[in-house]
Write a protein that binds this ligand. Structure first.
Ligand code: AMP
Length: 551
């Protein structure tokens, strides 16, 4: 396809404001693109390389302005281009007005008009720009750009200038391309979407949709070394998780930065950030640890966390300092160590696992990587979930993630199969008015605590719930010591306790319930702390609980 023809089409697309019409125009362009299809798709998105490729053109405004000025003739300087840009506000309009192609008729030498610029040729030259490196590369880049502008008609110059400066601005986003591919090649939008999530290569997906249809799109494979979009989480409660799924996979939520590790023993290791930037060089110890421990090709998903000398987690800003590091990596590494906590496995030894349930992916993860795996518990017991949360918080992690153990890995989706458990918005201070003796290992301790709120008049308390979770064995022993002398009556394993000790308790929700005297119950109560500084008279009142329940 001639670049001039492509530029005409871009102008039509840019002039169209209605989404459906834009998609239709793009679809026709894709259908007409023939062998230029992958390039046309990338250029439409203003990209010179696929999204997963971190190669950059490294062409700044000044360099582009110099090339434009040279192509515009002896009366125009780069400063003039700067000035015009300040007036127009947009480089495309400036490039279009400069008559850069005016130099091209080298008729003075008797040559005929040069061949028209094609889309393929522009793509090749842009590749040359990206590859130019080292001394003299700036001059070479100006030469290459000049060569392009010098053969461009005004409209082509408009889009070329925008392309090299990554300012395409024609109203075509990734969603438009997805819909246009579906429309042009008569395949379902969902099939295109899925293939895009797996490959991140809009050009390759368009070609597959055209040449192999829906079945071809369903068949795209992961490739070790090419990053996949990360699966994302929504906020949710433990109650949500227990209601939605048969069992809940509970994991620590680490306060670090998302990483995807691609490792092939034959080919090396690459680490990508959440937005698919290549951060391999900044995190050598992740590379080393994976290379030491993993013997088969894998794609691992996980969190990079910063740790101190004792191996305890540091705040995530510390990890970010490492991520951004280009120089002095070795010195930084001494200051802040980074470790991998892998929580998913997308590919292991030749097998793609995106469509396998989380349980199976975790099994494979455990097989390919023996240490550095985020621990996982699968349970349907709310107490076990709360206990995991208490452990995670105790170890200074951010909290817990709740995942459906039977769910597949959906790249790029912020779905309901992964929930980040909402931190407690508020806590209540409640009086311990009863307890139960524990069982088994905890038989000598009071285990479950009955909690009450202040009820109007002095010394009156109304029960509102029980808390058993979030208390460590050590803490239980202490609590038993404090509470035993306060036991008023005992009935089987249940005891009544003189109101004296105040617990700070987290919860997910307050519900109306006939179970307790207050008429309310706490959903998912969790022990936070003993309020040593508070007595029963300072505990929360039923009035406050009524107010909170109505919010
Ligand atoms: P947010 O960034 O608040 O949307 O929370 C999701 C992020 O938590 C993910 O992108 C990960 O970077 C991070 N994370 C930490 N631990 C886990 C885990 N066990 N599973 C999934 N994501 C995790």
């Amino acid at each position: 396809m001639d670049f001039a023809d492509f530029a005409d089409r871009l102008a039509d697309v840019e002039a169209e404001s209605a989404d459906l019409e834009t998609t239709a125009l793009v679809a026709t362009l894709l259908a007409d693109a023939d062998e230029d299809l992958p390039v046309v798709v990338r250029l439409l998105l203003g990209r010179v390389v696929p999204a997963w490729d971190s190669t950059t053109l490294d062409v700044g405004p000044r360099l582009c302005h110099e090339a434009l000025a040279r192509a515009a003739g002896p009366n125009v300087t780069a400063d003039d281009v700067d000035d015009r840009l300040a007036e127009e506000g947009e480089i495309g309009t400036v490039a279009e007005s400069l008559d850069t192609g005016g130099q091209r008729g080298l008729d003075a030498f008797g040559a005929s008009a040069p061949d028209p610029l094609t889309v393929a040729e522009v793509n090749d030259r842009l590749g040359d720009l990206a590859a130019a490196d080292g001394s003299g590369s700036q001059d070479r880049k100006v030469d290459v750009l000049f060569g392009l502008f010098n053969r461009a008609d005004p409209l082509s110059a408009r889009y070329l200038a925008r392309l090299v400066l990554s300012e395409m601005r024609i109203g075509v986003g990734e969603g438009t391309i997805r819909d246009a591919v579906a429309e042009a090649f008569d395949v379902p939008v969902e099939a295109v979407e899925r293939a895009l999530q797996v490959t991140n290569d809009y050009g390759a997906v368009a070609v597959r949709a055209r040449d192999e249809g829906e079945a071809g799109l369903a068949d795209v494979d992961l490739s070790v070394g090419r990053p996949v979009r990360a699966m994302l989480a929504q906020t949710g409660t433990a109650a949500d998780a227990l209601e939605a799924w048969e069992a809940v996979a509970v994991e620590t939520k680490y306060d670090g930065a998302r990483v995807q590790v691609h490792h092939d023993p034959a080919d090396g290791t690459a680490v990508y950030s959440r937005n698919m930037a290549d951060v391999t060089d900044a995190l050598p110890e992740l590379v080393e640890s994976v290379e030491e421990r993993v013997a088969v090709p894998v794609i691992l998903d996980g969190e990079a966390i910063a740790v101190d000398d004792a191996g305890d987690p540091l705040p995530f800003q510390e990890v970010l300092r490492r991520f951004r590091r280009k120089h002095d990596v070795a010195r930084m590494r001494d200051e802040v160590g980074v470790e991998l906590r892998a929580f998913d496995c997308l590919h292991a030894d030749g097998t793609d696992l995106l469509d396998a349930p989380l349980r199976e992916r975790r099994e494979r993860l455990g097989e390919v990587l023996s240490t550095g795996v985020s621990p996982l518990a699968i349970t349907d017991d709310p107490d076990a979930i709360a206990a995991r949360e208490a452990d995670a918080l105790d170890a200074d992690h951010e909290g817990i993630m709740l995942k459906d153990p039977d769910s597949t890995y959906t790249p790029g989706k912020r779905g309901r199969n992964w929930l980040k458990r909402k931190p407690d918005v508020e806590t209540l201070d409640l009086v311990v008015t009863g307890a139960e003796w524990g069982e088994g290992r905890r038989a000598n301790h009071l285990g479950t605590f009955l909690l009450s709120a202040r009820d109007g008049a002095d010394d009156a308390f109304a029960t509102i719930g029980k808390v058993a979770t979030g208390v460590s064995d050590e803490r239980l022993a202490e609590l038993s010591e404090t509470l035993e002398p306060l036991i008023r009556r005992q009935d089987g394993t249940e005891v009544e306790i003189e109101p004296s000790v105040v617990f700070e308790v987290g919860y997910e929700e307050i519900q109306e319930s006939p179970t307790y005297e207050s008429g309310y119950a706490l959903r998912f109560p969790r022990f936070v702390a003993v309020r040593e500084d508070k007595g029963p008279a300072d505990a929360d009142s039923l009035d406050r609980i009524e107010r909170l329940a109505r919010e």
